[in-house]
Design a binder for this molecule. Sequence first.
Ligand SMILES: *[C@@H]1O[C@H](CO)[C@@H](O)[C@H](O)[C@H]1NC(C)=O
Ligand SMILES: *[C@@H]1O[C@H](CO)[C@@H](O)[C@H](O)[C@H]1NC(C)=O
Ligand SMILES: *[C@@H]1O[C@H](CO)[C@@H](O)[C@H](O)[C@H]1NC(C)=O
Ligand SMILES: *[C@@H]1O[C@H](CO)[C@@H](O)[C@H](O)[C@H]1NC(C)=O
Ligand SMILES: *[C@@H]1O[C@H](CO)[C@@H](O)[C@H](O)[C@H]1NC(C)=O
Ligand SMILES: *[C@@H]1O[C@H](CO)[C@@H](O)[C@H](O)[C@H]1NC(C)=O
Ligand SMILES: *[C@@H]1O[C@H](CO)[C@@H](O)[C@H](O)[C@H]1NC(C)=O
Ligand SMILES: [Cu+2]
Length: 594
Amino acid sequence: MYSIVQLSSLAALLCTNVLAASIPSEYSTPEVAWKRDGLLGLHRKDYGGCKNTPTSRNCWTDDFTIETDMDEKWPETGNTVTYNFEITNTTLSPDGVAKEMMVVNGQYPGPVVEADWGDTIVVNVKNSLTTNGTGIHWHGLRQLGTNQMDGVGGITECPIAPGETRVYTFKATQFGSSWYHSHYSVQYGDGLVGGIIIRGPATANYDIDLGILPLTDWFHNPIFTVNAASLHAAGPPIADNYLVNGSMISASGGQYAVTPLTFGKKHLLRLVNTGINNYVHVALDGHQFTVVAADFVPVQPFTTDSLVLSIGQRYDVIIDACQTVGNYWLRVGTGGAHTKGLACDGPNANAANIKSIFRYEGAPTVNPNSTGPALPTGCHDQEGIVPYVKTTIPQGQPDELKLNFSQTAALGNLVQWSINDSPLLVDYSYPTLQHVLSDNDTFAGHQNVYTVGEKNKWQYWVIQQTPKTTPPLPHPIHLHGHDFYVLDHQANTTWTGDISRLASDNPVRRDTATLPEGGYLVLAFESDNPGVWLMHCHIPFHVAAGFGLQFLERESEIQQTIGNTDGFQDGCKSWTPFQTSSFPNGFPQGDSGV
Ligand SMILES: *[C@@H]1O[C@H](CO)[C@@H](O)[C@H](O)[C@H]1NC(C)=O
Ligand SMILES: *[C@@H]1O[C@H](CO)[C@@H](O)[C@H](O)[C@H]1NC(C)=O
Ligand SMILES: *[C@@H]1O[C@H](CO)[C@@H](O)[C@H](O)[C@H]1NC(C)=O
Ligand SMILES: *[C@@H]1O[C@H](CO)[C@@H](O)[C@H](O)[C@H]1NC(C)=O
Ligand SMILES: *[C@@H]1O[C@H](CO)[C@@H](O)[C@H](O)[C@H]1NC(C)=O
Ligand SMILES: *[C@@H]1O[C@H](CO)[C@@H](O)[C@H](O)[C@H]1NC(C)=O
Ligand SMILES: *[C@@H]1O[C@H](CO)[C@@H](O)[C@H](O)[C@H]1NC(C)=O
Ligand SMILES: [Cu+2]
């Protein structure tokens, strides 16, 4: 019989050995240079014959590996995966407190959309709500050539009217982890979210895929009510609780989420911040995370005790179940002040007790008694991220997007976030894509349309806030239709125009990154996807208050690129009568619409 001491030293030895495992060397090939319009990079040569197994996760199928630049190519599997979503109004109690929610197929979180890299995904979305439209955005999916499938009411579609169905069809050109959510005002905050898994290769090996672990702050009041109040309030709303994988305890009951681990195995866990207001820090007692992807971008593996995620961000991590068989807490901490305050977004009434359980197979069904160091705080992006496929970005001068904040006493202290003095406001019944299809280049004042005309060129933008005109808050910036490169970011500083500061050698690339408090974010993307693409702060209360803009990219090519627009046209035919005649007191848009 082993003593406790022997057991734990055995475990420690096993941990060391397992962590040392890496991509098998027999598959490593020399780095080669590649180039396409304006883009320079290095990757390894693709090769055939290597199969994706627990000891060769870098392989996928013939000619596609972790080295493949997924902006350039992806498998043509010829396969289609189909899901049927029905959106309903349902009472559920994720933390023991009953709440009227809006969910997919009666469940929360919604069903996980799973596909292989290169598959076509079809989702039939039926709106069975009575008094709201809806529309589903597939966060981070590039939607190459399928702008009308991006799911943003007032931009790429008219919302789906009650009783109507919309078919979203798009290709999984990327692989990794993400989530889908309603983009209809703040609706996703009431539960209209779910995970997306696109199976593909990885930069380190694992045995078991645990799937998505969604993390979100949680309001007991209806989210439209919380939003209406926050549009007239001086500080951020305080969330009542926080959910891990759709579950938490509260004074009214509920339960901690449980994730199974198998001793001696390495587990891939897909962390997603599906939240509403909070940055989160996450750590698992007694275990480290080996990070292999940030958003949809594979990264050089690195090991860390904890991770920070802004809303919309994802990390794929490998957890080595090499500790004594037992129960371990996953600890989740919000970004900053746990009371009402502006220093860092996201106070939470349950901040001191946000946890879930990781239970080894064979461990008793009890709460963990494990301990761990205090979680870091702060609302910023995770350090240490190096994209696996390398890219060099030429330096270029960014155009300025000036962020401003105002509260207007005459309008009941109405809060507005503006970009170049204009808070975003979309027209659900006349989306931007309809402008494009009917050759109408006259945009309404607050559509915040920025034209990108060039083909396959780098587009540089700086989002600037100043401590004098905006409360010093960090904002998670998300761009649709593209990954972007983070070239520079500074808190409490004004961009000087010095382009020698910009990162050019393999900068961080992802679809959501932080604009630091009081400062700026310089980003670049390649104009390789004709369409109308929203860029916005992913805090629903902020984008509802106007913090968003649209890139109208290569307008003259959009119609031809997207092809058949019947679904789009039918959507507007059924939406417009709902919006104009179902509300005796007028349609209650109430905010930016997205
Ligand atoms: C949800 O159901 C309630 C009760 O039937 C109704 O009052 C509310 O308008 C519905 N909400 C939506 C968005 O359909
Ligand atoms: C959506 O439905 C909620 C009730 O569930 C209502 O408060 C809100 O005004 C509706 N908003 C829109 C834009 O349809
Ligand atoms: C999340 O919850 C679902 C439903 O209970 C479960 O099937 C899944 O394994 C859980 N995921 C993780 C990572 O714990
Ligand atoms: C923690 O729980 C395990 C059972 O899961 C038990 O064997 C151990 O004695 C407990 N340790 C402490 C310090 O309570
Ligand atoms: C910000 O908005 C305020 C109020 O509308 C205005 O007075 C100020 O000039 C704006 N500042 C900037 C830098 O745009
Ligand atoms: C073009 O769009 C603008 C803004 O939405 C609208 O006011 C105008 O009526 C439209 N023009 C035509 C010809 O439809
Ligand atoms: C930015 O300025 C704010 C307000 O003056 C201050 O609280 C914060 O610590 C500063 N942040 C950084 C990263 O310097
Ligand atoms: Cu924001």
